[in-house]
Design a protein around this ligand. Structure first.
Ligand SMILES: NC(=O)c1ccc[n+]([C@@H]2O[C@H](COP(=O)([O-])OP(=O)(O)OC[C@H]3O[C@@H](n4cnc5c(N)ncnc54)[C@H](O)[C@@H]3O)[C@@H](O)[C@H]2O)c1
Length: 246
């Protein structure tokens, strides 16, 4: 049985990824700061016949992540699948951005990804097999007004993905990223959508696939990237964006 750690897994895209990977028979560590919601996701998976445990940790806190990783390993065994999904966002005009806002964005989106990955890679190395998927953002591909700190922090995640692909590939570990765009029905996107003052129709019309993205769209791509079938795919940016950025 494979074991996956999914971060930011209590809601939105992360919760959909947990449910999808569990359907493939993978045991899941549902990690989030929101432990009650994480427990709900783990219970849903258990109720559907899968295996999952909730894990409370802030990904910027190395000791908390270390404890969560140990708990997951004790429950199900070595962790060979990691989905770095936890993230935060905000819209701030570039000229108003403070050092504190910039640092916080990088602390969660970039350093948090670094911390979690560094703590899980030893299991993958020992197994000679591993799958890492980083959830980045299409804003890092296209740029996004009012999101300088967010898009830059996600651009760093894409660069980290490419470097880990090169460094860890010889150990049997792949590392890819999915940059979502306009995935609705998540806490983050509903707030962002309100802040952007664009109509839903405007967002939808901007891409060739004329619908909004759903968390399950990202989860489906993620399930393939962590599968055995995707073993020859690494360092890639797999756009799941309705064709908006080609
Ligand atoms: N929804 C979109 O349209 C969209 C677009 C581009 C990128 N993304 C990226 O997809 C990922 C998931 O987004 P979502 O829309 O599901 O957002 P969401 O806000 O609904 O979920 C994010 C989850 O991450 C958790 N989290 C935040 N900071 C954390 C921390 N320090 N430690 C542990 N957990 C933490 C939150 O509690 C939350 O459960 C994010 O990385 C986001 O940047 C989303």
């Amino acid at each position: 049985m494979k074991v996956a750690l999914v971060t930011g897994a209590a809601t939105g895209i992360g919760a959909a990824i947990c449910r999808r990977l569990a359907r493939d028979g993978i045991a899941i560590g549902v990690l989030d700061i929101l432990i009650d919601d994480a427990r709900t996701v783990a219970d849903q998976i258990g109720g559907a016949g899968g295996k999952a445990i909730p894990l409370q940790a802030d990904i910027t806190d190395r000791e908390q992540v270390k404890a969560a990783v140990a708990k997951l390993r004790d429950a199900f065994g070595a962790i060979t699948v990691l989905v770095n999904n936890a993230g935060i966002t905000a819209m701030v005009p570039f000229e108003d951005l403070t050092d504190a806002q910039w640092d916080r964005m990088f602390e969660v989106n970039t350093k948090g990804t670094f911390i979690v990955t560094q703590l899980v890679v030893p299991d993958m190395k020992a197994a000679g097999w591993g799958r890492i998927v980083n959830i980045s953002s299409s804003s890092a591909q296209s740029g996004a007004p009012l999101m300088a700190h967010y898009s830059a922090s996600k651009g760093a995640v894409i660069a980290l993905t490419k470097t880990l692909a090169r460094e860890l590939g010889p150990l049997g570990i792949t590392c890819n990223n999915i940059p979502p765009r306009f995935v609705m029905n998540t806490v983050m996107s509903e707030k962002h959508f309100d802040d952007s003052h664009k109509s839903r129709e405007e967002w939808i019309k901007a891409g060739p696939i004329r619908r909004q993205g759903e968390p399950e769209d990202i989860a489906g791509a993620c399930a393939w990237l962590v599968s055995d079938e995707a073993g020859y795919v690494t360092g890639q940016t797999i756009g799941v964006n309705g064709g908006r950025y080609i």
